[in-house]
Design a protein around this ligand. Structure first.
Ligand code: ADA
Length: 562
């Protein structure tokens, strides 16, 4: 399965497969390196991360990936689905670009003077370096892998090419959509093109180009709405003489009505999970069967909602969410950042750049109803206001058709609740318990959230949707315990059962994303003393997708069974 958009007229090559590989080690740098003289002594997979393979597990440093590619002369574009942590790309020995936004789909365009066989080298560095990769720090509670998280494509571009067509619902009752066609290359002041919905006969249009964009509104013939129960999808194909793009979209609206979140005007309670893209054998690389497997479990659990924590997710997974009617919160990369980060110009620039690109990349997914950023940032500190305001403003400008939120862990002194559409709180009462002497502090859960809801009323925020963006408890799969103590499957089951019933019974709670779907690799430093097996084991399933005891509790609650 190839993620949308599809380009049917141009020549493009999938570069996925086995590449030459050389790990240059912890001390190596690119400066002064003779790329042509490198002895590639190994072979590895793309997509794939080297530091999860048995030979290089846990290594940090500079690594080179190389392969040969046949391509014509002219404009070329490399499309990277996502890399980590940082990469420089060389075409026939010349640097053609840098990738510094982990997890995010990024493209590099360059000119190539001759046709024939070329050498592509991608130098990937997975060392932490705040100046170079400010978005990922060592203390984040998920493993920072090195390599290609997702696939790579090479596109041969015609003189004037189609980048994307962004589709937004304009009139739900008439099925009218706004098309924003983005062009690049030799773009004239006017352009003629055809548009075809759902592979019907194309119709001719012409339009003036402003800033590389042509915008028009069209009715979709025989349209049907997208909804979680009936996730109907349409396609639109825009074609020029030498290029064509097919995008997939859904016709639906997202809004808030008082404290409810609505899709197509109908209130929805969001029931689901935070999901990391992680697997013990492949790291962040997600084989298709795994995506389907996760989707089957999520559906079986009665979920209608996923929070893509804590970075932009694989476009193929978002495509599946579109198809399966799974509502989605897409968020840019950030985790527990502090004042020193949000006041750093490089960090702020990278946050804004990645959030904008994330919205542009994922714009056409009807499943995405909310954009988020900066998980558990310092949003209770005035020093953070400039960045939070800029991010909120940017999201609203880029996409006024969706909701804005961010996950806070500052229930009492949050400064930015008033500015977002949805109040999202990460909280772990009963797990990171207030009363450390209590043996099983499950009793803290309900009073904590009741008190938070009361505090929202007192702050004049009673009319705004409130969702629990994280809640969880750790359980080591197989650890069954008559004391139902911490880390036991029994304790986790009781905790998750309690919160799910609470959310189902309280209309004031517009949704929950339990922390988290499946266990995932995290710290290998001393932080791991809080993470048995160096895994964040608050998953309802373990890292191999084996359900724990809590599975049935959640399933029964989300399905409304006794
Ligand atoms: C935070 C964080 C998650 C995870 C969780 C936990 O809320 O957002 O990524 O680290 O805590 O397991 O404690």
């Amino acid at each position: 399965m190839m993620a949308y958009p599809h380009y049917s007229k141009r020549v493009w090559h999938s570069l996925d497969g086995i590449w030459d590989f050389r790990f240059l080690g912890e001390e190596a740098t690119l400066e002064g390196l003779d790329l042509g003289g490198v002895n590639y002594d190994d072979q590895l997979c793309v997509p794939g991360v080297f530091d999860v393979t048995p030979k290089y597990a846990g290594r940090r440093g500079l690594a080179l990936y190389r392969r040969n590619v046949d391509a014509s002369a002219g404009r070329l574009k490399l499309r990277f689905g996502g890399i980590g942590l940082w990469a420089r790309v060389f075409w026939d020995g010349k640097a053609v670009g840098t990738l510094d936004l982990p997890y995010l789909g990024m493209e590099l365009e360059f000119r190539c003077d001759r046709g024939g066989e070329h050498t592509l080298v991608v130098a990937i560095d997975n060392r932490f370096d705040f100046k170079r990769t400010p978005l990922f720090s060592q203390y984040y509670d998920f493993y920072a892998y090195g390599g290609f998280y997702r696939g790579v494509e090479l596109h041969e571009l015609p003189a004037c090419s189609l980048e994307r067509v962004r589709v937004a619902t304009r009139d739900l009752s008439k099925g009218i959509v706004n098309l924003d066609i983005e062009l690049s290359g030799a773009v004239h002041a006017r352009v003629d093109f055809t548009v075809a919905f759902d592979r019907q006969a194309p119709a001719c249009y012409g339009g003036e180009v402003h800033d590389g964009h042509v915008r028009l509104s069209l009715p979709v013939p025989d349209f049907r709405l997208w909804s979680p129960e009936s996730p109907h999808l349409h396609t639109v194909t825009v074609a020029l003489a030498d290029d064509a793009i097919t995008e997939r979209f859904g016709i639906r609206t997202v809004s808030v009505d008082g404290d409810r979140i609505c899709v197509n005007g109908t209130p929805r309670k969001l029931l689901g999970y935070c999901r990391h893209e992680a697997h013990p054998e492949f790291g962040p690389v997600q084989p298709l069967p795994l995506l389907i497997e996760d989707m089957q479990y999520l559906k079986d659990l009665g979920c209608n909602y996923i929070r893509g924590s804590h970075y932009p997710q694989d476009q193929r997974f978002l495509d599946l969410c579109d198809q399966f009617g799974m509502i989605f919160w897409e968020e840019s990369l950030g985790w527990g950042n502090q004042v020193e980060h949000v006041t750093d110009p490089g960090f702020c620039e990278a946050q804004l750049r990645q959030t904008r690109l994330m919205i542009q990349n994922s714009f056409n997914h009807p499943c995405v109803i909310m954009w988020g950023f900066m998980n558990e940032g310092p949003s209770h500190r005035p020093e953070a206001t400039a960045l939070y305001d800029s991010l909120i403003g940017l999201v609203r400008r880029e996409d006024p058709s969706r909701l804005v939120t961010f996950a806070t862990n500052h229930p009492g002194d949050e400064l930015h609740f008033g500015k977002v559409d949805v109040i999202s709180l990460n909280a772990y009462p009963g797990w990171y318990a207030q009363d450390r002497e209590q043996v099983r502090p499950v009793g803290e859960v309900v009073p904590f959230f009741d008190a938070f809801i009361r505090s929202l009323d007192e702050r004049g925020l009673g009319g705004k949707p409130f969702i629990i963006s994280e809640f969880g408890a750790g359980a080591i799969r197989g650890w069954r315990d008559r004391f139902k103590s911490h880390w036991s499957e029994e304790f986790q089951a009781e905790m998750l059962g309690t919160i799910c019933r609470y959310v189902m019974e309280r209309p004031r709670v517009a949704g929950i994303a339990l922390w988290h779907f499946a266990d995932a690799q995290t710290y290998t430093s001393a932080h791991a003393l809080m993470r048995p097996r160096t895994i964040n084991d608050k998953g309802t399933l373990d890292e191999y997708r084996r359900p724990k005891l809590a599975y049935d509790q959640v399933r029964r609650a989300f399905r409304g069974e006794a």
